[in-house]
Design a protein around this ligand. Sequence first.
Ligand SMILES: Nc1ncnc2c1ncn2[C@@H]1O[C@H](COP(=O)(O)OP(=O)(O)O)[C@@H](O)[C@H]1O
Ligand SMILES: Cc1cn([C@H]2C[C@H](O)[C@@H](COP(=O)(O)O)O2)c(=O)[nH]c1=O
Length: 216
Amino acid sequence: MPELVFFSGTMDCGKSTLALQIEHNRSARGLVGMIFTRNDRAGEGKLSSRLGLVTDAVEVGERADLYAHLVDHLSQGRRADYVIADEAQFLAPEQIDQLARVVDDLDLDVYAFGITTDFRSKLFPGSQRLVELADRVEVLQVEALCWCGARATHNARTVGGVMVVEGAQVVVGDVTDSADEVGYEVLCRRHHRRRMTASTARAAALSPDVLPVSSA
Ligand SMILES: Nc1ncnc2c1ncn2[C@@H]1O[C@H](COP(=O)(O)OP(=O)(O)O)[C@@H](O)[C@H]1O
Ligand SMILES: Cc1cn([C@H]2C[C@H](O)[C@@H](COP(=O)(O)O)O2)c(=O)[nH]c1=O
C-alpha cells in the first residue's frame, strides 16, 4: 500500500540527507522520483544537505497544486514512481491534502521531510496537516544535540547567539551563530523554555554573579 510518510525532526538532524538517500537508492534501481521543495537554503529548485549533496527539485510556489502537477506530468507520458517533498513545513495545508491525494488516487508513495515546530515551538501549518494526515510520522534516528548534551527537540532563532521569540514565522537560515544575521540553534525543551543558547550559557558560566537557574 502506498503511504504518506512524514519524517520530522529539528533543523540539522539529517532530514534532507535522508531524502537524498531515498532518492539515490530508488533511482539506482531505475525508479523515477518527483522531487518537490520550497525555500531550500541552496536556492530555488534545489534540495540540499549540509553534507554537501544537492539535487534539482521542483520549487513549489505558494499556490501550486501538487496533485495537478503530477497528473499533468503523468498524462504527458512522463514517469513518476514516488514523490519526495523537502522543507514540507513551508507547504500550505491544502498542498499537504494534495500530497495525500497523490498517495490515495495515484498510488504513489510520498515521503515528506520537515521541521515540526517553529522558533516559538508552534506548529507550522504544513507540518500540522502532515501530522493529521500522514500514515506514519517518523522521527530521525540521528539525534541532534542541545549544547548541554541532551537530545535537541526544539528550534531556537538567534541574533548574535541571543534567542528571540518574536518575528515572522518564515525566515530562511542556517544553524549559525552570526553577530547580526538571524541564525538558528537546536535546543532541548528545558533550555528552549529558559531561552538559554550555547552563547548565553557560556556567558553565564563565565560570570561570577550568576545564580543557579531556578526550576520555574
Ligand atoms: N562535516 C560533517 N561531518 C559529518 N556529518 C555532518 C557534517 N556536517 C553535517 N553533518 C551531518 O548532517 C546533518 C545535517 O544534515 P541535513 O540533511 O542538512 O539536515 P536537515 O535537513 O535535517 O536540516 C547533521 O546533523 C550531521 O549529522
Ligand atoms: C525554526 C524555523 C526555521 N525556519 C527555516 C530555517 C531553514 O531555512 C528551514 C529549516 O531547514 P532545515 O533544512 O530543516 O535546517 O526553516 C523558519 O523559517 N522559521 C522557523 O521558525
